[in-house]
Ligand binder design. Sequence first.
Ligand SMILES: Cc1cc2nc3c(=O)[nH]c(=O)nc-3n(C[C@H](O)[C@H](O)[C@H](O)COP(=O)(O)OP(=O)(O)OC[C@H]3O[C@@H](n4cnc5c(N)ncnc54)[C@H](O)[C@@H]3O)c2cc1C
Length: 171
Amino acid sequence: MSAADRFVVVGAGLGGSLLATRLAESGRTVDLYEMRADPRRGDTAGGGPGGRSINLAISTRGLHALERVGLGEAVRGMAVPMRGRMLHARSGRRTFLRYGNTADQVLHSVSRDELNRALLDRAERSGEVRLHFGRRCTGVDLDGGRLTVAAAAPPAAPSEEARTPTRVGQD
Ligand SMILES: Cc1cc2nc3c(=O)[nH]c(=O)nc-3n(C[C@H](O)[C@H](O)[C@H](O)COP(=O)(O)OP(=O)(O)OC[C@H]3O[C@@H](n4cnc5c(N)ncnc54)[C@H](O)[C@@H]3O)c2cc1C
């Protein structure tokens, strides 16, 4: 594998974990750095169970991206369809505004945390994504192809360097 096929992605949120999976599926290896702890290990700092996390409204475009990595059905299964919004006038009159033109055009409300966990599992299953949690990117040398990562929380480990021609900041 050439150096050009090795990627570093910083940020294992929704975009980073999806991107890492897509890169892995196109034959690349990916090191994915995330400053927070792994949300699948019971940590609530990222808005996990017991933490603060609002639901996310996914449109058809978002579902298409998830279908590309085989998660469409799973995400539909965890989603609550939202058909539109209700406007409440001072008079008490209520007006329903559909999100789509037809009744089947809806937004899908999903738990951000649950979605993030599913995407991380998927990235891991690809076999070509190495996940590094609790590692914060603290510097990037764009010309030299170097990235510095350090422990995000005590106990502080020495910072290390990741070398790659291709880096993606995903936040
Ligand atoms: C209040 C709110 C409501 C929203 N509602 C919706 C909605 O309903 N529907 C919708 O489609 N979108 C919504 N969005 C937008 C949606 O959250 C973003 O589009 C999506 O999360 C972007 O994904 P991301 O991976 O780029 O960023 P994030 O999901 O934010 O992930 C970024 C990750 O990078 C990590 N990170 C950051 N800096 C570093 C560093 N230096 N080193 C290592 N890791 C780092 C962070 O810890 C985080 O995990 C909402 C956003 C907000 C703020």
